[in-house]
Design a protein. Structure first.
Length: 345
């Protein structure tokens, strides 16, 4: 099983300097590269200081100049916000600038907050249909001289300009949850990204079940890869793990509130969530985070990841966005590289 880092700039306090946050993010990516991680993933989000990532290609091209070995992936671009010609060309240009290290992850998007602002009236179903139309069109544009007559886009004979350095194109990953998404990805030979979010390992097993069922349904297609994305904190001891669980719980309270799209937003920041509100949440709690997410000393983390490897996951992505301080993120990542990864060498 390979290991990667999943990372964005994150900000919930208006006093945090955005330039400093970017430099801290880059520093963590450089640690991941020096430490032998396989890839770094960064996604696309808009108008949200909680996750600042307006164009992942910009971030990844900069990272390509600051790293040597890691693959660099979009985790993920939001399909309904892209025209196929634009995505094909920008991904290809990024692949050239990154010396052929691009991995292209695509999703339908998740936040209604973003749909309302960038594509009013868009719903999750339509976003998913756009994703299913977009990705094959991008592949065809990389091949070139492609005419498209789809439900959501139509254009005359066109070619990606430029063409990607990797041929026939960068590896494609699809963020999948329900069985239909897995079947779409596997039937086309696309790799799959999954995350159980705040849920426990029963969800990890369920997601692998969807993937295995899709592989069984399309035996003529070579088995794609599947990546598991989880919030991870490698603690120095049990007390540190308990603190990590409190911090991850705070992150999920904000994550869930952004998803519900009900709280006031000003300057891209959400009105603070009180300790009392967090304590009253029906299923987020520090205890649930400690149990469900990969939080604990190195030996406990190794045991959890060995179980994921045995299930068949090809890649485990360390989701480091947790609202923790830079120092705590850095210490956890360094422990992961020094104490956890060698167990899988």
């Amino acid at each position: 099983m390979k290991f990667s880092l999943f990372i964005h700039m994150e900000r919930i306090d208006p006093e945090e300097d955005q330039r400093q946050l970017y430099e801290e993010m880059i520093a963590l990516c450089e640690i991941a590269d020096r430490g032998g991680m396989h890839a770094i993933w960064s996604g696309e989000h808009h108008a949200m200081n909680f996750t600042m990532a307006p164009n992942p290609f910009l971030t990844l091209v900069d990272l390509a100049r600051r790293t040597k070995n890691v693959r660099l992936g979009t985790g993920t671009v939001m399909a309904p916000l892209w025209h196929p010609i634009r995505l094909a060309g920008e991904a290809a240009m990024a692949d050239i600038m990154m010396d052929g290290r691009l991995e292209l992850g695509v999703a339908r998007g998740a936040y209604m907050f973003e749909y309302e602002r960038l594509s009013p009236g868009l719903d999750a179903w339509t976003a998913g249909q756009k994703m299913r139309e977009l990705i094959p069109a991008v592949e065809a544009l990389w091949e070139g001289d492609y005419t498209h007559e789809g439900e959501h886009w139509q254009f005359p004979k066109s070619t990606s300009a430029p063409k990607p350095l990797q041929q026939p194109g960068p590896p494609i990953w699809v963020a999948a949850r329900d069985p239909n998404s897995h079947e779409f990805a596997v039937s086309h030979g696309y790799n799959v990204q999954v995350t159980p979010l705040h849920m426990g390992d029963e969800e990890v097993e369920k997601l692998m079940g969807h993937f295995n069922a899709a592989c069984a349904a399309f035996p003529q297609v070579p088995r794609p890869k599947i990546m598991l994305l989880r919030h991870t904190y490698v603690a120095s001891d049990e007390a540190d793990a308990e603190l990590g669980a409190v911090e991850v719980n705070r992150f999920y309270n904000y994550f869930g509130a952004w998803f519900k799209n009900e709280r006031p937003i000003s300057q891209g920041l959400m009105a603070p969530i009180s300790d009392e509100e967090m304590a009253a949440h029906p299923f987020y709690s520090p205890a649930a985070m400690r149990s469900n997410n990969v939080i604990g000393p190195a030996d406990e983390v190794i045991s959890r990841l060995k179980a994921y490897e045995a299930l068949g996951y090809d890649e485990y992505s360390f989701w480091i966005d947790t609202g923790m301080s830079f120092a705590r993120k850095k210490a956890s990542l360094e422990r992961f590289i020094a104490e956890v990864m060698p167990a899988f060498a």
